[in-house]
Design a protein around this ligand. Structure first.
Ligand code: AMP
Length: 278
């Protein structure tokens, strides 16, 4: 496994990789939810590139950029064990050199949900993902369904900017009690960790109602809100029952719907989602 930092090193190492090349972009502090993306890439590609970069431009003021968990040594050991070919660890200066001026923005699909509570977040995401695509030139890029809106936004950008890259999406990896794996779960103290299962609980309750025939999106949203309200350590930022492609809120569920939410457990903001199949 090769580890590189500068663009020159990356271009050299990339040119030596057999095709097809798969890319897995991450912010590090790797867990099983990341590793499954790399296994997926290994299955379909001859070479796998992983990037680890805590991208400052996708964090808003007051968000956890400084405290975001980092453990590069451990990450590299996991990646080596997995048989990843190339790891790119750009510094902020490599990604955003002095006098940096160029941004990639996707319009409609970035507006609701995460976009409405984290202004500028997706501009940071699409800019950095587009820079990763340009530098690595992968044939396939693998993302997790955990960040459902990110998947929709990246797919839109890939189409709109004509990137010849296949976007693969991997289902959410969860703990035994349903909590979606996330680097941010390390922020949770013991009682909060227990309370955090309420996100999954609310998704399952909503799905159960759907399977019993409930099709009113409002009623589905209320089930999720009410379930979360029963957990004193949790407070809802948003719950959504939206069209899976446009992410616009639904009145009636008539096609694939995305249930999603952002919930604070203490100071920690957690997201989760579930797809309702017709
Ligand atoms: P991050 O390091 O949080 O930026 O995540 C890097 C990639 O891993 C993104 O595509 C995430 O959606 C994906 N990911 C993170 N957690 C999970 C999980 N629990 N299950 C599936 N994919 C995940």
């Amino acid at each position: 496994m090769k580890t590189v930092t500068t663009l020159e090193e990356l271009f050299q190492a990339r040119s030596e990789l057999p095709s097809p090349v798969g890319l897995v972009p991450t912010m590090g502090f790797l867990h099983e939810g990341h590793l499954i993306l790399m296994r997926q890439a290994k299955q379909t590609c001859a070479s796998v590139v992983v990037s680890i970069f805590v991208n400052p431009t996708q964090f808003g003021p007051g968000e956890d950029l400084e405290s975001y968990p980092r453990d590069i040594e451990h990450d590299l050991a996991l990646l080596e064990h997995l048989g990843v070919d190339l790891v790119w660890l750009p510094t902020p200066e490599v990604m955003y050199p002095p006098n940096y001026q160029t941004w990639v923005e996707v319009s409609d699909v970035t507006q609701p949900l995460e976009g409405s509570f984290r202004p500028g977040h997706f501009r940071g995401v699409t800019t950095v993902v587009s820079k990763l695509f340009n530098a690595v030139r992968p044939d396939v890029a693998v993302f997790g369904q955990k960040d459902a809106q990110q998947v929709a936004v990246v797919k839109q950008m890939t189409r709109d900017l004509s990137y010849p890259i296949k976007i693969d999406v991997v289902p959410i990896v969860r703990e035994g009690d349903g909590l979606a794996l996330s680097s941010r779960n390390t922020y949770l103290k013991k009682p909060q960790r227990k309370a955090a299962t309420v996100l999954y609980k609310s998704l399952r309750k909503a799905e159960a109602a759907y399977l019993e025939g409930e099709r009113r999106a409002d009623a589905i949203r209320r089930i999720m809100t009410d379930t979360i309200a029963e957990e004193p350590l949790a407070s809802v930022q948003y719950v959504s029952c939206a069209d899976l492609d446009t992410l616009q809120e639904l009145e009636m569920i008539t096609s694939k719907a995305l249930l999603s939410m952002a919930v604070y457990v203490g100071q920690t903001r957690l997201i989760d989602n579930w797809i309702l199949q017709p």
